[in-house]
Design a protein around this ligand. Structure first.
Ligand code: FAD
Ligand code: MG
Length: 325
């Protein structure tokens, strides 16, 4: 029998999130390189402090286009296409609203309705003008702001995977706080998947509804329970409805997407969150590489399909419901 390989864990806090790297070799240097790579992308993409490439674009809103690094340009282009899908719940220009709600940051509060409508008028993705030749981005109205918070972690998780591959590391796991990308399986024996917990909403960090098992896939979760605040007995969470400016409100507590690339998982969690269970399952029926696990407020767990992962329910207060029910 081959020996079970030891897993080495390395952690850091970056992008306001706990970061966990698992490797099958004790290699502080490699872990350091991974964290430096994440920091590099954080510095390009953050909207929480200046300078960054995205902040340079935001500061020039209504004034002039800004030439950005090709990788940043491609990510913005990808975020704009997701934002322009019919009835998309994803909007890369949601920044003015994120900044006034401040959900997950100090000073979060329910903004006055007139402020929400004023800011909503500054969030049209059509007003994000891209120039493929110059790699420039122009926000046409003063006050517009890009926010890549719903896509950047997925993009960065894929870059970590690619970097590890370039270092001949084909087994491991990177967790960017809700965005997990796995490389290969969880042991040097073939056919041993990684286990990724499906969190129980509004419970302790180790309380799980069940376990998702995958090999070489990304698992991304967006939930109402990650960043929220309560005001006058009502909870407000951080995924905003681009059509109203208020937190998206439907039957869901969370959506998890299993896919090859984590950037797709990150985009699709937001898109599918906006669609809800029925429409989400119908949409994914034509997308074999993207699979969803819905957790509803009435304690159902719905799987859109199950080609890329296996799921084991652990919490008997939840019911594994048939697809689309
Ligand atoms: P997702 O569901 O994937 O995305 C939700 C986030 O996307 C929201 O928090 C908001 O930023 C944005 N958003 C909301 N509604 C929409 C919508 N309809 N369409 C598109 N986007 C939407 N957190 C800190 O506390 N401190 C930091 O310094 C910090 N720095 C960061 C730097 C970077 C580069 C990144 C990527 C994130 C950083 N964060 C930081 C976390 C960030 O503020 C978000 O909370 C985080 O990206 C949410 O990721 P998620 O996967 O939990 O949520
Ligand atoms: Mg997302």
């Amino acid at each position: 029998m081959p020996q079970e390989a030891h897993v080495y864990s390395y952690s850091a806090v970056l992008m306001g999130s706990p970061i966990l790297l698992k490797l099958f070799q004790h290699n502080e240097h490699l872990a350091h390189q991974v964290f430096r790579l994440i920091k590099h992308y954080e510095n390009l993409l953050t909207v929480n402090r200046s300078p960054s490439e995205v902040m340079n674009i935001n500061h020039a809103a209504g004034l002039h286009p800004v030439v950005v690094n090709p990788a940043v340009y491609q990510l913005i282009k990808c975020a704009k296409s997701a934002s322009l899908l019919p009835n998309s719940a994803f909007n890369l220009a949601i920044g003015p609203l994120v900044k006034c709600w401040k959900i997950g940051f100090q000073g979060s509060s329910v903004p006055p309705a007139d402020e929400i409508s004023t800011r909503l008028a500054l969030t049209s993705p059509h007003q994000v003008i891209l120039d493929d030749e110059q790699h420039s981005v122009f926000l046409t109205q003063a006050g517009m702001e890009l926010d890549l918070g719903a896509i950047a972690k997925g993009y960065i998780a894929d870059r970590v995977r690619d970097f590890l591959h370039s270092q001949q590391v084909f087994q491991g796991l990177i967790n960017l706080g809700g965005n997990v990308q796995t490389l290969g399986g969880a042991s040097q024996m073939r056919g041993t998947p990684w286990s990724v917990g499906l969190k129980k909403p509004f419970a302790g960090p180790d309380d799980l509804i069940g376990v998702i098992e995958v090999e070489g896939k990304s698992v991304v979760t967006s939930g109402t329970y990650e960043r929220w605040f309560e005001f006058a007995g009502k909870r407000y969470h951080h995924i905003l409805d681009p059509s109203t400016g208020y937190p998206l409100d439907n039957e869901l507590h969370s959506v998890t997407i299993v896919s090859e690339d984590s950037v797709d998982g990150d985009i699709w969690t937001t898109l599918i969150y906006g669609m809800g269970v029925e429409q989400g399952c119908a949409c994914l029926a034509n997308k074999p590489g993207i699979e969803a696990i819905f957790v509803t407020k009435d304690r159902r767990v719905v799987l859109s399909s199950q080609q890329l992962f296996t799921f084991t329910l652990q919490d008997s207060s939840y019911q594994l419901a048939p697809q689309g029910s």
